[in-house]
Design a protein around this ligand. Structure first.
Ligand SMILES: Cc1cc2nc3c(=O)[nH]c(=O)nc-3n(C[C@H](O)[C@H](O)[C@H](O)COP(=O)(O)O)c2cc1C
Length: 183
């Protein structure tokens, strides 16, 4: 199987996940790792399976990734799986995680699913995890989202640790599962 791992990453979090997926894919398949800005929608058609990754921007996939997806023809021959990193807690991490994730990151899932449906893409699922927020995003989160002193303290101790080793291992597991159902 020919596998492409393509991603958009500004500060390196999504790139770490992309590399973990690429390493996993390379074990048994011909795999290529590319930045979203270096490819066009047509590039995806040269593969059997595409893992497409994005940083979460404004609660949604970043613009270059949406552009790639929207530029695809209907019923492309490749299978698609998505991944993204975001800066809010995941639902498993914290009691407020679900509400924060729903508000600030869940459009990434909606976009993968709705564009796949619209384009009749065989979508195999998605993976996401928290990424370390840059300073500007930290300031935004502290001012607009997590104002409580105790919650901020917990958040800012944990957030820079992501993607953690466990996040990378979970990404590899995800890649293995997707490949096993795509062969
Ligand atoms: C312009 C901009 C907008 C962002 N908007 C969100 C957002 O709405 N929700 C969120 O959870 N994280 C948001 N983030 C944080 C990033 O999604 C997060 O830090 C991600 O891990 C960055 O990935 P990267 O290092 O691959 O660029 C935003 C970051 C930037 C730069």
């Amino acid at each position: 199987m020919k596998v492409l791992v393509a991603y958009y990453s500004e500060t390196g979090n999504t790139e770490k996940i992309a590399k973990a997926i690429y390493e996993e894919a390379s074990r048994e398949h011909e795999a290529h790792l590319k930045r979203a800005k270096d490819i066009s929608s047509e590039t995806l058609n040269n593969y059997d399976l595409v893992f497409l990754g994005s940083a979460c921007h404004s609660s949604d996939l970043a613009a270059p990734v949406k552009k790639l997806l929207k530029g695809l023809p209907e019923s492309p021959k490749f299978k698609l799986a998505g991944f993204f990193t975001h800066s809010v807690w995941t639902p498993e991490q914290n009691e407020h995680g679900q509400a924060l994730f729903d508000k600030w990151a869940s459009k990434c899932i909606d976009s993968f699913e709705s564009i796949s449906k619209e384009k009749q893409i065989d979508f195999k699922g998605y993976y996401h995890c928290q990424g370390s927020p840059n300073l500007r995003i930290q300031v935004f989160i502290h001012c607009a989202i997590i104002r409580s002193h105790d919650e901020w303290k917990a958040y800012i101790q944990e957030a820079p640790k992501h993607p953690s080793q466990a996040d990378l291992e979970n990404a590899s597991d995800f890649a293995r599962k997707v490949m096993s159902i795509s062969n």
